[in-house]
Design a protein around this ligand. Structure first.
Ligand code: ADP
Length: 307
């Protein structure tokens, strides 16, 4: 086998109270990628979309992840990766993670699954570092494992996969730019013990609600007292979206990644569609362009299409 095609999904990180640890994979949108073996021990990037992302492998997250993988193998071949992105870079739904994780999962298939999922996450984090100057796993972990994941520790890497009941997701991507550096600068350097207690109580309860399929507990636990309060000012109409989505029946939600996308979880597809209407109505009154995705949690993660 010398070539493989895959679909690599968008992901939501920073799931409300689970800042920097909890994430999940979406069933759509997905990037299309084909990885093939080439004779030279190098990485070649071929972009098949309109986003003008870098083709120098060390500047493209997919390339950087594959270079990291090549360092770990003795063979003398390399990889070419063809990328058709459907997840807009900078959207806050894991565009860079889809490329980094997709590239190494596809390459690993060509290597007869030599590396474990945790090892693949390590390579993908080297890719993520190109986009955000930071080795983080909260998008690449759900992209690779599917479903909900909790990154308990980065060093050593410890990823916990969670059971979850059927859940529908409505995501709005307002076409505005939020600089990751600005979103990071807003984060509090310290939190009060009172807020910390509320936050970790919610994370524990959310995980339990997901495991038991207890929608009421999931809904009650989707609260964030630390990050949302400061970052929501970056997203026009955030409060209106959240409050009206809850009134329409959503379980809860918040900022996806560091924004600008906002997601809401619902128990049924009917409610998720109502939430879509709420979001559309609110943003139609602004001058901001937007995309909305109504989709399910993706239990499978990256999908292998053809070898
Ligand atoms: P998102 O939160 O949607 O993943 P990020 O801000 O994490 O967006 O990543 C987007 C940044 O990463 C952009 O600056 C983009 O130029 C850079 N980048 C480099 N390679 C890629 C790639 N293959 N896919 C997406 N973004 C990439």
């Amino acid at each position: 086998m010398s070539e493989i095609s895959i679909l690599s999904p968008a992901t939501v990180a920073n799931v409300v109270c689970g800042f920097d640890c909890l994430g999940f994979a979406l069933s759509a949108p997905c990037d299309e990628m084909t990885v093939r073996i080439i004779e030279k021990k190098t990485v070649r990037i071929v972009n098949r979309d309109q986003f003008n992302l870098p083709t120098e492998p060390e500047k493209n997250v997919a390339g950087a992840a594959l270079l990291s993988m090549l360092k770990a193998i003795d063979e003398n071949f390399g990889f070419e990766v063809e990328i058709t992105k459907h997840i807009k870079p900078g959207s806050g739904i894991g565009s860079s993670a889809a490329s980094a994780a997709g590239a190494v999962v596809a390459a690993n298939e060509l290597l007869d699954e030599r590396f474990s999922k945790l090892e693949l996450i390590e390579f993908a984090m080297d890719g993520e570092k190109v986009a955000s100057d930071d080795r983080h796993a909260d998008n690449v972990a759900p992209c690779i494992f599917g479903g909900f994941t909790l990154v308990r520790s980065l060093a050593p890497l410890d990823v916990v996969t969670l059971n979850f009941p059927p859940l529908f997701v409505t995501v709005i991507h307002p076409q505005i730019e939020i600089k990751t550096s600005e979103a990071r600068r807003m984060l509090p350097l310290q939190v009060s013990l009172k807020d910390a207690i509320r936050q970790w109580s919610n994370v524990g309860a959310l995980v339990s609600g997901l495991q038991k399929g207890n929608y009421e507990l999931i809904s009650r636990s989707l609260e964030d007292f630390i990050v949302e309060t400061v970052r929501k000012s970056l997203i026009p109409k955030f409060d209106a979206i959240k409050n009206k989505s809850l009134k329409a029946g959503a379980l809860g939600g918040g900022i996806s990644g560091s924004g600008p996308s906002v997601f809401m979880l619902s128990e049924t597809s009917v409610t998720a569609r109502k939430v879509e209407n709420v979001m559309r109505e609110i943003y139609s009154e602004t001058a901001i362009d937007f995309n909305i995705y109504v989709t399910k949690i993706n239990a499978e993660g990256i999908k292998i299409l053809e070898k």
